[in-house]
Design a protein around this ligand. Structure first.
Ligand SMILES: [Fe+2]
Ligand SMILES: [Fe+2]
Ligand SMILES: [Fe+2]
Ligand SMILES: [Fe+2]
Length: 426
């Protein structure tokens, strides 16, 4: 469907200020919310955090008075949108329940983006990141069960598999290797640009959430698991942001940020099942159309170019959520043993040279063991088996996937080996 936001009216700036009640009072019920309403809520919080952060960064390097005025007025609007969306989560939703929601976002969003990404190199990067978040979901699911007795399907509602992916202890790289090749801003499609900014905002917010909440449980091993996975999310932010052409001007970036907000809200509005929450997406879409129109005027004035050259004439769909089990399984079977290479490419375990820069990081950080592996031991001690939710077909493949995915050279001392793991499934 064609929806050209520049041709829409939008909500005038003076009508965007809301009451404290309107900003803070709405919330969903964790027991009956659809899992994809929750993933939209988690993602859109990340989108607003990025919008707000970006505007502050731009304001610090900008000396155009009219732009500064626009930024000053809309930063607080983005901020209030963030409060409304983040605070939709009810107070009885635990940190670990929310965490499963975050990783479900990462898996199902990235899978959607990968299948709708026109640039094959960017797609490959999405597939690569996807398998790491997939493994995080499995590790956190053990903790949600151990600490709160939460079954993964209480949160992911049968839409997302929970099983081992590329093992988390192998996600720790020399961060230089995470740097990818940037797209060329004059050639990349609006879809590619919006896709990257969307997943980047989600990953950044995931990182921030683990940083803000990972210490809230008393259990030492759980704290360490949050620290370990938070560090991987830092790598993901580094990886996805490096795909963006660094020569884009601040005005071009401003345009892309507002356009990404428009596209994501539009997508949320079209997909939303909950009437109360759809009303929020609609209202916020209207707000973003207004922001985008002003950003376009500023772009024309200072860059002397047509904004449609950058954003095109219609919205893209960067955040449609639906079950991606089949796609994720395919990527898992194909790429569980894939790793980063130093030429900004990828390689398989069998081709990794002895001087691979990530070994150094893995040897140091994994010296006392990997919390993500100890997690599996803990659940085995407590329950006699780990928590896995997948089809029988995929379950049967776990030992083989483990064997391929584990990189012998840098295994942490307490790694659960294939034979031991097999016992959990007897
Ligand atoms: Fe916003
Ligand atoms: Fe993750
Ligand atoms: Fe991630
Ligand atoms: Fe905005």
């Amino acid at each position: 469907m064609n929806f050209n936001p520049l041709k829409e009216k939008g909500l005038p700036l003076e009508k965007q200020i809301r009451t404290w009640h309107d900003i803070a009072h709405r919330k969903f019920n964790k027991n009956d919310v659809n899992c994809y309403t929750r993933t939209r809520q988690i993602l859109m919080n990340g989108i607003e955090v990025e919008a707000w952060n970006f505007k502050h960064n731009m304001a610090r390097v900008c000396n155009h008075e009219d732009t500064l005025e626009f930024l000053a007025q809309t930063k607080r609007i983005e901020d209030a949108q963030q409060s409304t969306i983040n605070w939709l989560a009810p107070s009885d939703q635990s940190v670990l329940e929310t965490t499963l929601g975050y990783e479900q976002v990462a898996v199902d969003l990235t899978a959607w983006l990968a299948q709708n990404e026109p640039d094959p190199y960017v797609k490959e990067t999405f597939d690569f990141g996807l398998l790491e978040d997939f493994d995080h979901l499995y590790r956190y699911a053990q903790w949600a069960y151990m600490v709160h007795g939460i079954e993964p399907d209480d949160i992911v509602q049968h839409q997302t598999d929970v099983m081992i992916g590329r093992p988390t202890q192998h996600h720790h790289n020399c961060n230089i290797l995470r740097l990818r090749r940037a797209y060329d801003k004059s050639k990349a499609s609006p879809q590619t640009k919006v896709n990257i900014l969307t997943v980047l905002s989600g990953e950044q917010q995931t990182h921030n959430y683990y940083g803000e909440h990972g210490f809230e449980y008393g259990n030492e091993l759980l704290r360490e698991t949050y620290a370990e996975i938070k560090d991987v999310e830092e790598e993901h932010v580094t990886m996805y942001e490096s795909l963006i052409d660094p020569t884009e001007s601040f005005y071009e970036k401003l345009l892309m940020h507002e356009f990404t907000e428009v596209c994501t809200y539009h997508n949320c509005m079209e997909d939303e099942l909950n009437d109360d929450i759809r009303a929020i997406w609609e209202q916020f879409l209207d707000i973003e159309i207004n922001h985008l129109k002003t950003a376009s005027e500023l772009f024309k004035k200072y860059e002397k170019r047509d904004p449609e050259e950058i954003i095109g004439e219609t919205v893209v769909h960067p955040c449609h959520f639906e079950s991606q089990k089949e796609y994720v399984s395919k990527v898992l079977e194909k790429e569980v043993d894939k790793r980063l290479a130093k030429d900004k490419g990828y390689q398989y375990i069998k081709d990794i040279p002895d001087d691979w820069a990530s070994y150094k990081i893995q040897d140091i950080s994994g010296k006392d063991g990997a919390p993500s592996e100890n997690t599996i031991r803990s659940i085995a001690v407590q329950q006699g088996k780990d928590i896995v939710v997948t089809s029988d077909k995929m379950r049967d493949k776990i030992p083989e996937l483990m064997e391929r995915g584990l990189q012998e050279k840098s295994l942490a001392p307490d790694t659960v080996k294939v034979d031991e793991y097999k016992k959990y499934h007897k």
